[in-house]
Design a protein around this ligand. Structure first.
Ligand SMILES: [Zn+2]
Length: 245
């Protein structure tokens, strides 16, 4: 079970600090920003933060990572991520082991790869590269956000398998989810997409993480190009980031 640690209050000027990195910050409603604050305070109390190799892990780093991550939870009925205990932050790209959440546990690549982030199985750490975190937050229209990507993997892992199907409480959504995601996955393989990164074709787990990035970073474009996918993600996250119209 989760260790229940006390929430860590954010500093008074937390929104100014976040807005310095996130150009879309003030477009959010006061309700959403308040919910993000409450969730971020819980996450800050839940996580042990570790700087990698000489990186200076400041309160600003913790604040930005936490406030980005909890964007996933804003509409959901949970107030904390499953199995997130440690976040390790590097200054820059990570030379990864090639291990990634894949179709089957124990399947690894041999080659080293350069990564913006990693999410280990079970309650293993999330690893992030700070320069990628800040660049992507500053340029949301590029459709990438490594924080959302890695924390989405943790949601996917909650049911014990990394298969692109997170714990879906509603059985009718589960059926539609699998149909839509499978179909869109094959379309992405065959034709590519304006909105979904090709990295989503690696496996179903990466598809979920990549589609999550698109859903939050380029919601209108996702809805236009892949309306069915947008609809099932809106039902799962209980958010409608593309808004009315
Ligand atoms: Zn991934």
């Amino acid at each position: 079970m989760f260790r229940r640690r006390r929430p860590v209050p954010l500093p008074e000027d937390w929104e100014d600090q976040v807005a310095r990195h996130d150009p879309t910050w003030w477009q959010r409603t006061i309700e959403e920003r308040t919910r993000i604050r409450d969730l971020a305070e819980v996450l800050l109390g839940q996580v042990r933060w570790e700087p990698a190799r000489g990186f200076e892990l400041t309160d600003e780093v913790r604040l930005l990572v936490a406030t980005q991550a909890v964007r996933l939870l804003v509409g959901m009925e949970i107030d904390r991520f499953p199995d997130v205990r440690t976040v390790i932050v590097h200054a820059s790209v990570i030379v990864g082991t090639g291990e990634r959440p894949g179709p089957a546990e124990g399947v690894y690549d041999d080659e080293d790869v350069l990564l913006a982030g990693e999410a280990a199985h079970g309650d293993g750490p999330i690893v992030l590269a700070w320069d990628d975190v800040t660049w992507e937050v500053r340029h949301p229209r590029r459709g990438r956000n490594v924080v959302l990507h890695e924390f989405a993997h943790k949601l996917d892992m909650q049911d014990g398998v990394v298969d692109g199907t997170p714990l879906l409480l509603d059985p009718s959504l589960a059926e539609r989810w699998i149909e839509v995601c499978t179909r869109t996955f094959h379309e992405l393989e065959a034709e590519g997409s304006e909105v979904l990164d090709d990295y989503g074709t690696v496996d179903a787990g990466e598809f979920f993480a990549v589609a999550t990035e698109a859903f939050f970073c380029r919601p209108s474009a996702l809805r236009r190009h892949h309306p069915d996918l947008y609809e099932v993600f809106a039902a799962y996250y209980r958010q409608d980031p593309a808004g009315a119209g």
